[in-house]
Design a protein around this ligand. Structure first.
Ligand code: MF3
Ligand code: CO
Length: 258
C-alpha cells in the first residue's frame, strides 16, 4: 500500500478541483426536476467543466462513457446517464469527479425529484449523516477502521445496510489511490475499529457511504456499469473529498449543503 501525503501546494490545487466539483454538483442538484433526462445533466456538467478549464475524472475511465454517474432509485452507483425521464418521487444519486491542474476531486449527493416518500427522505438524510460521521472520525492518529466503524455504526443503528463491495478511496493525481476505504466493518471487505493504516496529516481521501433500505447485496446491470441493489430496495450515496488534519478534516468538495 502506498498512501500519498500531499504537500500544502498540492492541497491548494485540490481545493480548486474540489471547489469545481462542488459548484457543478450544486448546479445539477438545483436543476433536477420531473421530466428531465439524466443525459441532459451530463451535458450541463460537461459544459460547466469546460467553462472552468477542468476535465471529467470519469469519462474514459476504464471505458466509462459519460461525465457524471446518475443512479436512480434502486441503482446504487455508476448509473450511465440516458434518455429515461425522471419522475416525481424518484431519488437520484449524482456522482461527479473533476481533474484540474493534475489533481482530482470527487463527490456525490442523492437528491429527491419533487416530492418523495418519507422513507426516501429518511434514507437520504441518514446517508448524509453517515458521511458526516465518517468525516468526524477521520483525523491524524486515527485508524482507517475507525472511519469505517463510524460510518457503519451510524447507518446500522438507524436500520440501513451498507454496500460492501464498493468503497471510498485515496485521491490525488489519480482518482483512485490507496487506501481503499470500506464503509463497513464486516468481513470480507470491512475494516474493524483500531485496524488499518493510521491516518496522517496531508492524506487526501474520498469517503463515500452507500446505504440500502434492504440488504447489502448488489448486482450489475447488463450495461456492465450500473450497480443495483439485489433486492430492488432504494439506495442513496453521499461522497466528499477531504484532507486529513490534526483536528476535523477540511472538506474540499464541501460548503454548499449542510
Ligand atoms: N465516485 C466513484 C468512484 O470513486 C466514481 C467512479 S465512476 C467511473 O469510484 F465511471 F469513473 F468509474
Ligand atoms: Co469516489
Amino acid at each position: 500500500m502506498n498512501i500519498v501525503i500531499k504537500s500544502e501546494k498540492e492541497i491548494e490545487i485540490m481545493r480548486q478541483s474540489g471547489r469545481i466539483v462542488a459548484e457543478i454538483l450544486k448546479i445539477l442538484s438545483e436543476r433536477i426536476k420531473p421530466g428531465m433526462k439524466t443525459k441532459e445533466m451530463d451535458i450541463i456538467a460537461e459544459r460547466e467543466l469546460k467553462k472552468r478549464g477542468a476535465e471529467s475524472s470519469f469519462k474514459g475511465y476504464r471505458g466509462y462513457p459519460a461525465t457524471i454517474c446518475a443512479s436512480v432509485n434502486d441503482e446504487i452507483v455508476h448509473g450511465i446517464p440516458g434518455d429515461k425521464e425522471l419522475k416525481e418521487g424518484d431519488i437520484v444519486s449524482l456522482d461527479f469527479g473533476a481533474i484540474f491542474h493534475g489533481f482530482h476531486g470527487d463527490a456525490a449527493v442523492t437528491v429527491p425529484v419533487g416530492k418523495v416518500s418519507p422513507e426516501a427522505k429518511r434514507l437520504i438524510e441518514t446517508t448524509k449523516g453517515a458521511l458526516k460521521s465518517g468525516i468526524a472520525a477521520a483525523r491524524a492518529g486515527a485508524n482507517l477502521g475507525d472511519v469505517s466503524a463510524a460510518i457503519q455504526d451510524y447507518a446500522r443503528s438507524r436500520g440501513y445496510s451498507l454496500v460492501r463491495e464498493y468503497t471510498g478511496h485515496g485521491i490525488g493525481r489519480k482518482m483512485h489511490e490507496d487506501p481503499q476505504i470500506p464503509n463497513s466493518t464486516e468481513p470480507p471487505y470491512g475494516l474493524q475499529t483500531g485496524t488499518g493504516p493510521v491516518l496522517k496529516k496531508g492524506m487526501t481521501l474520498a469517503l463515500e457511504p452507500m446505504l440500502n433500505i434492504g440488504d447489502w447485496h448488489t448486482r450489475v446491470a447488463e450495461d456492465q456499469w450500473t450497480v443495483l441493489t439485489a433486492d430492488g430496495s432504494l439506495s442513496a450515496h453521499f461522497e466528499h473529498t477531504i484532507v486529513i488534519d490534526d483536528t476535523e478534516p477540511e472538506v474540499l468538495t464541501g460548503g454548499w449543503y449542510d
